[in-house]
Design a protein around this ligand. Structure first.
Ligand code: IVH
Length: 690
């Protein structure tokens, strides 16, 4: 009995702690622990809940991705339509909006709230008794789609409203006051609707597009498309990985707004646990709004997300009600759109790049032009179809746009500027780097060089092999790879492991010290996880997540190489395309030979066994990691401890056995000293691991 009570207590404490860290990370952007530490807390909670499923509650942090893929989305009628906004494109139009508001206010003063217009998609969230029960897309404004399971995966959306914050209590009091104490009132307060804009941060967007490119899927044109495509995914796990966020901007109780002013509503939302954009301003005149617009425009490129302007809203709820709405948009709000970030320039040349898979990518070299604070000299044209669609020729004037993506894109050709001297571009018939054959299979948009010894491909493959998510050989960058290839010392990843000190010091700008470092890095790369190795081999359609799944499932490179298409296809989350691609890769004799040479060189090709069947030298020992280690990432250090049966915790207590302190260790080291816990430096830690 006592045991059960203590488990329940641990579950509650874990939930509290996880919620606090989610809030710090997703809402406040001020995390206190690493992602791995967070994952460990969540994993522990999951474990306890699995042991006693009765303890699972819908607001538990483990329940964000509990759902199964839906067959489709049910339609939901919005209680109050989700309107759109009228737009203004210059300051005159913004001032005209102010004058209209002044007129409608009949002499009373009008205050505004200026906030960011996030380039995402709006969501409506329904809360009953503080719990998130439904998430709905805007749809056509009247009817949206039920995307509850996906909304639950968005970590800046609280599954449970925070009710302890004093401001939250104040918020509730105001809700009650404005409803003057009837019985109906209580059930209505218990139902709240929160609206906001879901979006994908720029960094995540770039990551998603890089992954999609790697897996031969089309890139998303901008973060808004990526967000919209994501929220309508049928599999919540995919949504979870895409890391959507949401800024809340409105709260309703039934059809009514529960606060006297919009400003208070935003503050209440923040105290209830939502992420509300800190870039907001209460303005007593339109001139103050205009000043704010200028400030935001100046720092637009520094924001982590795309905005396309501001939204200006009348602050007083009573005035909003008086002004009313048209069928499309409220009369009390307006969007102020920034000028599009476009420029015109001339295409100096169109060149073709060859990537590690042999894919040919046409790129426009441009007359440098300044655009949104940076100088742009190149724009990708993606593939031959896109070149054809645009009809772009060398010498053409083009309109380019910088969207959420780092690489600008060509929007269209300005045909009126043609002189007749433009030259049309044709995709080369041979590889521009090695002169090898090119193939473009039916139904695919990408042409590829299929030569086995194309140096552009060799280079791309080596750089990929050494990249961070692969075998992480630091220092093996472009210029070194170029030299290794051109000197003939290396042709593929297998050759890296027979390099000698003399081989490396004979290259340009390679002092003995750097050569030694590189050799040490190459040596260390033999010990990476199987998943990293599978990813490093660069199989088509196998990104790092797929590699992790395959590693877990098959346990060794040999076993993976023996798997049939059917066996691969049976693995959860692995589809036929990946299955076929893996099989094709291992059916290539050259690839099998590469695997053999890597194994012979001592590269780890098996999943490292967990302590269940091997080393349990650290069983029962609790570690805390702090600071940065040089030979291990946090995840690797954790894995090394866990493999030997030890446990890693996020905070130091009397029960901690060892604190492993790397460079710039912080307060955890102080705490360890204070409590007399053993402190290991990196060397001592390595020794302990044996
Ligand atoms: S208020 C009736 N606030 O812009 C009020 N909308 O063009 C309408 N949007 O559908 C919504 N940021 O998706 C509001 N801070 C913000 C917003 C915002 C982005 C989007 C929203 C809306 C669209 C209208």
């Amino acid at each position: 009995m006592a045991k059960v009570a203590s488990v329940v207590r641990e579950i509650e404490q874990l939930r509290e702690e996880i919620r606090r860290h989610e809030d710090l990370y997703y809402v406040r952007d001020d995390p206190e622990i690493s992602d791995a530490e967070y994952d460990a807390l969540l994993a522990r909670l999951q474990q306890l809940e699995q042991q006693d499923p009765d303890q699972i509650t819908p607001d538990s942090p483990t329940q964000r991705v509990g759902g199964r893929p839906a067959a489709g989305f049910a339609e939901v009628v919005h209680r109050r339509p989700m309107l759109s906004l009228d737009n203004s494109y210059n300051l005159d139009e913004l001032r005209a909006f102010d004058q209209r508001c002044q007129r409608l206010a009949e002499g009373k003063s009008v205050a505004y709230v200026a906030e960011l217009k996030i380039d995402g998609l709006s969501l409506s969230l329904h809360y009953e008794h503080d719990l998130l029960v439904r998430g709905v897309t805007r749809g056509d404004g009247r009817i949206g789609e039920d995307v509850t399971l996906n909304a639950r995966t968005i970590r800046s959306i609280p599954l449970k409203l925070r009710s302890d914050a004093s401001a939250a209590k104040r918020g509730k009091a105001e809700i009650s006051e404005s409803k003057s104490g009837t019985a109906k009132l209580r059930s209505e307060i218990s139902q709240l609707e929160v609206r906001g804009e879901a979006f994908i941060p720029r960094k995540v967007f770039e990551r998603i597009n890089a992954e999609r490119e790697e897996q031969d899927e089309p890139r998303f044109a901008n973060p808004r498309n990526a967000a919209a495509g994501t929220i309508r995914q049928l599999d919540p796990k995919i949504v979870h990985r895409r890391k959507l966020e949401m800024f809340a901007y409105d709260v309703l109780s039934g059809e009514r707004k529960p606060f006297a002013t919009h400003w208070e509503a935003l503050n209440w939302l923040e105290s209830a646990g939502f992420k509300v954009s800190p870039e907001r301003k209460l303005c007593t005149s339109i001139e103050a709004v205009i000043e704010f617009a200028g400030l935001i425009e100046a720092k637009r490129d520094e924001l982590d997300y795309e905005i396309d302007g501001l939204v200006v809203k009348v602050n007083s709820t009573a005035q909003q009600d008086e002004f009313g709405t048209t069928s499309k948009a409220p009369r009390w709000a307006i969007a102020y759109k920034y000028a599009a970030r476009q420029a015109t320039t001339q295409v100096v040349d169109i060149v073709v790049q060859v990537g590690r898979t042999g894919a040919l990518t046409p790129v426009a070299n441009l007359e440098p032009v300044s655009l949104a604070g940076t100088t742009v000299a190149r724009a990708t044209l993606h593939n031959a179809d896109e070149v054809k669609r645009l009809g772009v020729r060398i010498g053409d004037w083009v309109l380019i746009e910088k969207g959420g993506d780092v690489i600008p894109k060509v929007l269209k050709v300005i045909e009126s500027k043609r002189t007749g001297k433009e030259r049309s571009f044709r995709m080369p018939r041979k590889c521009p780097v090695c002169g090898g054959e090119i193939s473009k299979p039916e139904g695919e948009v990408v042409s590829r060089c299929i030569a086995a010894d194309c140096s552009a491909q060799l280079k791309g493959r080596l750089l990929h092999f050494a990249s961070r998510r692969a075998l992480r050989i630091e220092g093996l960058g472009e210029s070194l790879v170029d030299q290794l290839l051109s000197s003939g010392k290396v042709r593929d990843a297998g050759d890296l492991y027979s390099l000698t000190l003399a081989d490396i010091t004979s290259l340009e700008r390679m002092a003995a010290k750097s050569a030694e470092n590189l050799l040490a890095q190459i040596e260390a790369s033999k010990q990476r996880e199987l998943a990293n190795l599978i990813y490093a081999l660069g199989l088509r359609h196998v990104g790092d997540r797929t590699a992790t799944i395959l590693a877990k499932q098959f346990g060794s490179l040999d076993a993976l190489g023996r798997a049939t298409v059917e066996q691969l296809d049976d693995v959860p989350e692995i589809g036929l395309t990946v299955a076929q691609s893996v099989r094709d890769w291992f059916d290539d004799a050259g690839n099998i030979e590469l695997c053999r040479r890597l194994a012979a060189a001592g590269v780890q090709t098996k999943m490292v066994q967990t302590s269940a069947s091997g080393d349990d030298s650290l069983a029962g020992k609790t570690f805390v990691l702090t600071g940065t280690l040089t030979a291990f990432t946090r995840e690797e250090a954790r894995a090394a401890i866990e493999r030997r049966g030890g446990r890693v915790s996020s905070s130091v207590s009397k029960k901690t056995n060892y604190v492993v302190a790397g460079d710039e260790a912080g307060s955890k080291l102080d705490k360890a000293t204070e409590l007399g816990v053993a402190v290991l430096d990196e060397a001592a830690f390595s020794q302990l691991l044996g």
